[in-house]
Structures are given as C-alpha cells and as structure tokens.
Ligand binder design. Structure first.
Ligand SMILES: Nc1ncnc2c1ncn2[C@@H]1O[C@H](COP(=O)(O)OP(=O)(O)OP(=O)(O)O)[C@@H](O)[C@H]1O
Ligand SMILES: [Mg+2]
Length: 252
C-alpha cells in the first residue's frame, strides 16, 4: 500500500461471539488513509463503522488482518506498547464527549498527560483550548459549557499529546446544527499537512452534511467496503447512503 498513508487497514476482520452467535462486524476491509487527509466513514447502523474506528485506533483488536498507524502495526502490539501508542500518537473523540464532570476544561485537557505521569504544561493547555476556540473557558466545568463547547474540550484533550491521527466517532451526533458546524470546521482545519507534521482525521458520521466537510467518504455496508466518494457534497452522499440502506445484502 502507499507509504504516505497515516493509517492502513489490510483485510481487517473483526468477528464477535462464537458459532451460532458469531457476528462478523468487519469483513476483510482494506483501505488507506493518506497523511493529512480528512475521511468520513458512513454506512447503515450496524455496518461496522465504530468497529473499524476502534480497531484502527487500537481500542479493539482485529480478529485477523492488519492495522498500521503511523508506520506501526497496532493490531499485534503488546498491551503496554499499545497503551503508549494510543496515548502519544492517536487521538479519539467520542459522541458523548466523555469529559470528567468534576474537572475544569483545563484539567480535562491535561488528564491524558497526568495519566501518563507527565505534568501538563499550563501554557500548552491554554494554547490548545484557544486553538479550539475556548479562550476564557479554562476554568469552566463541563456542566457550565454548551454541548459544542464540551466537544471542543474533548477535541483539545485528544490534541494535547499532538497525535498524528485523530479518530472521531459521530462527534456531532449529540450536537445541534450550529455547534456541529463549529466542531466540523475545527476538524476540517486540524487535518492537513501544514504545521510541523501532517495530521490525519477519520470521522464516523451519519450526517451527509457532516461528511461533506471531509475530503473523501468511505462507505461501509454489512462490514464490507461499499465504495468511496471524493469531494463529497451533502446531496451526493445522501443519495449514495439511501442506496446502501435500501439495497438487499449481496446486491450492493
Ligand atoms: N462487543 C460486541 N459484541 C458483539 N457484537 C458486536 C460488538 N460490537 C459490535 N457488534 C456488532 O457488530 C456489528 C457492527 O457494529 P458497529 O458498532 O461497528 O456498527 P456501526 O456501523 O457503528 O453502527 P451505528 O451506526 O449504529 O453506531 C453490529 O452487528 C453489532 O451488533
Ligand atoms: Mg457506531
């Protein structure tokens, strides 16, 4: 595969359960994510989007196949090295923000460093909060912030370790359209090759408008790759998605 890919999936397969209850969530998915690109992953509910993201980010282990992130094979890393990889080189943003409610924005952002027994640099924490548009909100707790602001704290927390790849699973799923727009513009601006190192963003979304912020959309259906679209527009994405949701399995 192309060496300029920040993430490579090679025949990635993830099955859950055994025998009668076996579910193949991902079935031999091969895909590359170029360094600096912004990719949206779409598909019907249960098509394997979260499974793909979790395997790619080292939050879940493939049943077979390979996952390479920033040149490192993550599928087979020891638990210890995987933890370090997730901490230092991979960022993950969840639909539900997952902030610690008792901590301020700046304490939440510094948390990944504290967990790694490193002392967060207050200036770096302030800078990353400013970069996501939250200057002046450093001391606010999650309950004192809007949903969009909370998600931006979560993005700042994912960025504090300067990861090469940022994964986001439906980051706008819990947001209204105005907050979604600020978060999507932020993600759009984070992807790219300016700055010291390219940053690659991979986002799962159900929303064709959200997907249109990406350079490219990958479609999944029944755990398999079901096509891709460059320069997506909301209309074209919605039309393709409607086709995936109505087509019978096997006829895609
Ligand atoms: N831990 C698990 N144990 C058993 N089955 C699972 C597990 N995680 C996911 N699955 C199954 O794998 C398939 C893909 O799930 P996944 O969560 O990746 O779908 P998704 O595309 O993210 O769906 P949604 O859009 O609803 O979030 C589903 O059939 C799901 O039930
Ligand atoms: Mg999901």
């Amino acid at each position: 595969m192309h060496t300029n890919n920040a993430v490579e999936l090679w025949r990635l397969t993830r099955a859950y359960g055994a025998r009668d209850s076996r579910v193949v969530a991902l079935d031999e998915v091969t895909a590359g994510f170029p360094a600096g690109s912004f990719t949206a992953v779409m598909g019907p509910s249960g098509s394997g989007k979260s499974t793909l993201l979790h395997c790619a980010a080292g939050l879940d282990r493939p049943t077979s196949g390979r996952v390479v992130v920033a040149g490192t094979e993550v599928g087979t890393l020891s638990e210890k090295r995987l933890t370090r990889m997730r901490r230092d080189r991979i960022g993950f943003v969840f639909q539900a923000f997952n902030l610690v409610s008792a901590l301020s924005a700046e304490q939440n952002v510094g948390l990944p460093l504290r967990l790694a027994r490193r002392r967060p640099d207050p200036a770096a924490v302030r800078a990353v909060l400013a970069a996501v548009g939250l200057r002046g909100r450093e001391r606010h707790r999650p309950a004192e912030l809007s949903g969009g602001q909370q998600q931006r704290v979560a993005i700042a927390r994912a960025l504090i370790t300067r990861p090469e790849v940022l994964f986001a699973d439906e980051p706008t799923g819990a947001l209204d359209s105005a907050s979604s727009r600020t978060v999507l513009e932020l993600l759009r601006g984070l992807a790219g090759t300016d700055g010291p190192a390219p940053r690659t963003v991979v986002m799962v979304t159900h929303d064709p408008l959200a997907a249109s912020y990406a350079d490219r959309v990958l479609f999944l259906a029944d755990g398999r790759l079901a096509g891709e679209m460059a320069a997506p527009t909301p209309e074209r994405v919605a039309a393709r998605l409607a086709g995936l949701e109505t087509a019978p399995a096997g006829a895609r």
